[in-house]
Design a binder for this molecule. Structure first.
Ligand SMILES: Nc1ncnc2c1ncn2[C@@H]1O[C@H](COP(=O)(O)OP(=O)(O)OP(=O)(O)O)[C@@H](O)[C@H]1O
Length: 248
């Protein structure tokens, strides 16, 4: 089954169109990367899927469910987003326990204690972390909490926006390994934005390359082993990265 389907997606901020005619499918269970230079529109595509981009046209569907404009509760149960800066999804004055329960409260779901314990364990945090505040956590621990929060509603699709680029290199590897394990154990589909080709090589099955708001090439991640890309822009990106051997 197709997990994410985008057709002719155009996205604007005011009068400026920043994403043009973007179409691709991500299969269920697949890990798919969106790569490209800064400003090419990668994060904006994720935001539109998550309902955070105000002005878009085209078709977005997740697991066969079309996305409407604005807040879509049913949609957010199946599809959750993790941001580069985990502070974005953690309330600075609330403890981890509160942060993890919040999505359940919003959706009126019970069995909260057990779910909090289960998700903390799934991201490798001990139960004592429930009572810590975001400022008492390391960057890697904050990102683990943000991932646990995203998983609280048992989503099938995760939108990952540079989930490790704000972290130290050794912590990046830990979080990438965690994401890999969670994908396998929870049967998740990933759509991941990154500018880091080694991360694509380590984490992803396929990648779409964006340049100035458009997709210029969709290729299997294996192409990163020998740089066998058909598009000139992709070849340039590959050369600029100095190759793409896995980093973790
Ligand atoms: N809230 C906003 N208002 C106006 N323009 C925006 C807004 N957010 C992004 N843009 C513009 O949209 C374009 C695409 O931005 P986007 O963040 O999607 O790029 P990106 O490829 O994810 O870049 P990066 O890798 O730097 O995050 C850029 O020109 C950016 O300046």
């Amino acid at each position: 089954m197709t997990a994410i389907s985008l057709r002719n997606l155009d996205i604007s901020y005011g009068d400026t169109k920043v994403v043009r005619e973007v179409s691709f499918d991500v299969a269920e269970g697949e890990s798919f990367a969106l790569v490209g230079e800064s400003g090419s529109g990668k994060s904006t595509v994720l935001k539109a899927i998550a309902g955070l981009a105000p002005d878009w046209t085209g078709d977005i569907s997740v697991l066969g469910q079309p996305r409407s404009h604005g807040i879509d509760r049913a949609f957010s149960r199946t599809c959750q987003m993790v941001f580069q800066d985990p502070y974005g999804s953690l309330h600075p004055r609330k403890p981890v326990d509160w942060v993890l329960r919040e999505p359940l409260r919003v959706h009126g779901i019970g069995a909260r204690d057990a779910r909090v314990a289960e998700m903390l364990a799934a991201v490798g945090l001990d139960q004592r972390f429930r009572f810590r505040y975001p400022h008492q956590l390391s960057g890697g621990q904050r990102q683990r909490v943000a991932i646990a929060r995203a998983l609280m509603l048992d989503p099938k699709v995760m939108l990952l926006d540079e989930p490790t680029s704000a972290l130290d290199v050794s912590v990046q590897a830990e979080i990438l390994n965690l994401l890999k394990t969670l994908r396998r154990d929870q049967g998740l589909t990933y759509l991941m934005v990154t500018h880091n080709l080694p991360v694509v090589s380590f984490m992803c099955d396929r990648m779409a390359v964006m340049n100035k708001g458009r997709i210029v090439e969709i290729a299997p991640a294996e192409a990163l082993h020998d740089g066998a890309f058909s598009d000139a822009y992709t070849q340039q990106l590959y050369a600029a990265s100095g190759g793409a051997e896995p980093s973790a």
